[in-house]
Design a protein around this ligand. Structure first.
Ligand code: ADP
Ligand code: ZN
Ligand code: ZN
Length: 752
């Protein structure tokens, strides 16, 4: 590209002079910043958003550097425009974006797109949103409404007040109210003047109600808080692993640490997995910390831009959200918390594929902040940080409320004649379920698979229902009578007979949650059984309705996937049955044991949270697997010890570090050839590194075809993480050539 001129042309005829230039990260997949001339009199600061010419286009960019060079003035194109206002990037987010780009092989311009939300980059103005609420009490308002009824001239006022009385919300956005009631501003103004309603600006960060008081910390909590408070006071970057069983009061520890940071005038970033960003979580932090800005991924553009500005000015000092909240423009961050740090959603699954834990550590280092990784089942990566001395462990070993952890029993399915339709219940699970229901308690049945059955096949000719675009089985959904691909969402009507030989006797193997419901219904007739999984949760308000019914006792048995493993806090659930613990163990991935262990511990944590003790039955065909036996005893330390040995023996994380490169193409041969080509390129790099990096592959991916693309992959492995920087740098562009896409995944979370 002709704009990349690097240094000035030293051999030109024009006299050399000193000129000011800007290094600009342009919004294009160009791996280095480009140099542009600063026109005389143009005032530009680091981090400013600018417009620059690129080829025949004008693109957006961010100023990453300013310097003077010797030039005849003709070697550089000029910067065109600077956006008004303070720079969008601060020195911290600028540095963070650069490091992010370097680590994950993104162009700097792409990485700033990750750091800055789209509406902010687009320079969205941020209109204030006005809310309307009732100013008098509801009874008085109702009486007034009655006087308005039927009066044509007062129709608008009548409609507005009726709408406000009908809502359970404490206020309604003005725009919504006008739209749904079909009235104009005039009755709004009248009602406000008469004192029936108030119009206010309302921010999403408003505290809800009174601040609540902190409970007296347990001795373990106090020790953890003490360590965090000292670290925050030191203003140096420290990392802690808060290793505490479910219900041990980790949130209280975060809140106390946050109070310390705020008292020092510093800011706090609180990261939670996407799925945990519930109103209950938000409420807990607000009730203790006051103003908290909640960052949702589905926030409206205007609201997001406005909130970003509020944070940038430091008007609200706590940001709570999923992984992207890590880039909140808060000034002087003193504390970053990653709650449930082991969760998969902390890995971004599109470019740049960053690991939140690692980028959080970057930010903590840049800001001199304290980083807390919290979990009841720490990831092996976090354990590795402790082993290497990069993080200090803080332990919480007892439940803060004094409740006991449930009794966990392993049921060996190899010697069972399972009961119920489809044969999903061991004798033990059947009896314990019956007894638990008889006592009026609730039962949770867990199976980490949606649908009715995961294999639809014909035993006569060997036909299987497979996705045409992905090399995987289709899942049968009985409720809708559909076959669905879980990877590309392809759907078709389920056949009544074999598609090949017309055999009417199709088999449905591999149980999903629908089949569990059917099986439970056959054994416990008349009991109220509900299902909670990715499918049933798609309906609006479904989660709330299920929670409400669980709380009120309108559900006897809840069947669900991992969506029930998190957050569910129902005191009356005293029995949990894991229908098949082996599903996650069989996945060909080095993290299979870790995932299984974490899932079993989480599910177990849902039992016996109230006054009654809980019990968990784990059905498995591998009763002696260490993931089962350590989960049985809630022994995270034991599991980590054993798993670390396995990982070390194979050079897997946290001992070895990985880069996975995938080449995909609609053409099978193209994807293979591209993968071989990449291997040759990386071989050259690996040779320079003299044995520090091992390359494996290429080979077809475990799922060799996805959404119509063939996939080959290779792995680079190194004992020292830093040696992989060169591999990342040597990887080809994402669009290697027409029809071939290259995915570079550092520290991949899945190997499929
Ligand atoms: P975790 O996040 O470790 O699973 P939580 O922070 O949710 O645990 O705490 C579990 C329960 O214990 C909550 O209801 C919380 O209010 C309560 N709790 C926490 N700390 C204390 C304490 N020191 N004294 C009494 N109750 C506490
Ligand atoms: Zn057949
Ligand atoms: Zn598919």
């Amino acid at each position: 590209m002709s704009t990349t001129t690097g240094q000035g042309d030293l051999f030109g005829d024009a006299p050399l002079r000193r000129v000011a230039v800007a290094e600009v990260a342009v919004a294009a997949p160009i791996m280095t910043p480009l140099t542009y001339l600063l026109p005389e009199g143009m005032d530009v600061a680091l981090g400013s958003r600018v417009k620059v010419p690129l080829g025949s286009r004008v693109v957006e960019g961010f100023v990453m550097g300013l310097r003077e060079v010797s030039s005849d003035g003709g070697s550089f194109k000029s910067l065109l425009e600077i956006s008004e206002g303070p720079p969008l990037l601060t020195s911290v987010t600028l540095e963070l974006g650069s490091r992010l780009a370097h680590r994950y092989g993104a162009a700097p311009g792409e990485s700033f797109q990750t750091v800055l939300p789209a509406p902010v980059r687009a320079g969205m103005s941020s209109p204030t949103i006005r809310h309307i609420r009732l100013a008098s009490d509801r009874d008085a308002t109702s009486l007034h409404v009655a006087t308005l009824k039927g009066k044509l001239a007062r129709q608008g006022q009548f409609t507005l007040l009726t709408a406000l009385l009908a809502t359970t919300e404490d206020s309604i956005p003005l725009a919504t109210l006008l739209e749904t009631s079909g009235t104009t501003m005039s009755p709004v103004a009248t009602l406000a003047r008469q004192g029936w309603i108030t119009i206010s600006e309302r921010y999403d960060d408003e505290p809800v109600g009174e601040k609540s008081a902190a409970p007296t910390p347990t001795p373990e909590q106090a020790a953890a808080i003490h360590s965090l408070v000292s670290a925050i006071h030191s203003r140096k970057s420290h990392t802690f692993l808060l290793d505490g069983i479910t219900g041990s009061g980790k949130t209280e520890v975060y809140v106390s640490a946050a109070e310390t940071a705020l008292a020092l005038g510093r800011s706090v970033i609180m990261l939670v997995p996407e799925i945990a960003l519930t109103p209950q979580t938000v409420e807990r932090f607000r009730s203790r910390l006051g103003r908290v800005a909640v960052l949702h991924s589905n926030q409206a553009d205007g609201a997001r831009a406005r909130q970003w500005e509020t944070l940038r000015r430091g008007e609200v000092r706590v940001a709570l959200g999923p992984r992207s909240a890590l880039f909140a423009p808060l000034p002087d961050v003193g504390l970053i918390v990653l709650d449930e740090e082991h969760e998969g959603t902390f890995k971004q699954q599109n470019h740049p594929r960053y690991v939140t834990r690692d980028v959080a550590k970057m930010r903590a280092e840049i800001e001199g902040a304290t980083l807390v990784l919290g979990s009841a089942t720490p990831s092996l990566e976090a354990e590795g940080m402790v082993v290497r001395g990069d993080a200090a462990r803080l332990r919480l070993t007892t439940r803060a409320t004094g409740a006991k952890l449930p009794q966990v029993r392993i049921v060996d399915m190899r010697n069972e004649k399972p009961m119920g339709k489809g044969g999903l219940f061991s004798t033990a699970l059947f009896h314990r379920t019956r007894e638990t229901l008889a006592r009026g308690h609730q039962v949770l049945l867990f199976l980490n698979r949606r649908g009715f059955s995961t294999q639809v096949l014909c035993k006569r000719c060997g036909w299987r229902a497979r996705c045409h675009a992905c090399d995987v089985n289709l899942t049968y959904y009985q409720g809708t009578s559909l076959l669905i691909c879980h990877y590309c969402d392809f759907r078709q009507e389920a056949p009544r007979s074999c598609k090949e030989c017309l055999n009417p006797d199709i088999k449905f193997h591999g149980a999903g949650t629908e089949k569990v419901v059917e099986s439970a219904a056959s054994l416990f007739p008349g009991k109220r059984i509900r299902r909670m999984d990715g499918e049933t949760l798609r309906a609006r308000g479904a989660a709330e309705s299920i929670y409400a019914d669980l709380k009120s006792g309108a559900i006897d048995i809840l069947v669900g996937t991992q969506v029930i493993a998190k957050g569910l806090d129902i005191p009356n659930i005293t029995l949990i049955g894991v229908i098949n613990a082996d599903t996650s163990l069989l996945i060909p991935d080095f993290r299979a044991a870790e995932r299984t262990f974490q899932l079993l511990c989480q599910v177990s944590g849902r039992a016996g949270r109230g006054d009654h003790s809980g019990e968990v039955l784990i059905q498995t065909f591998e009763p002696n697997h260490y993931a089962m036996t350590f989960a049985q005893h809630h022994d995270t330390a034991g599991f980590a010890r054993t798993e670390l040995v396995v990982r070390e023996a194979h050079g897997y994380p946290p001992f070895g570090h990985l880069v996975r490169v995938i080449a995909q193409s609609p053409d099978a041969k193209d994807s293979e050839n591209a993968a071989r080509e990449i291997r040759a390129t990386l071989d050259a790099t690996a040779e320079v590194l003299a044995g520090a990096v091992t390359l494996l592959g290429p080979a077809p991916c475990p799922i060799p075809m996805l959404q119509g693309s063939y996939r080959w992959h290779l792995l680079a492995r190194a004992a020292d993480d830093r040696d992989l920087d060169a591999i990342i740098a040597a990887c080809p562009e994402r669009n290697l050539r027409r029809g071939v896409r290259v995915i570079v995944d550092r520290d991949p979370s899945a190997m499929m």
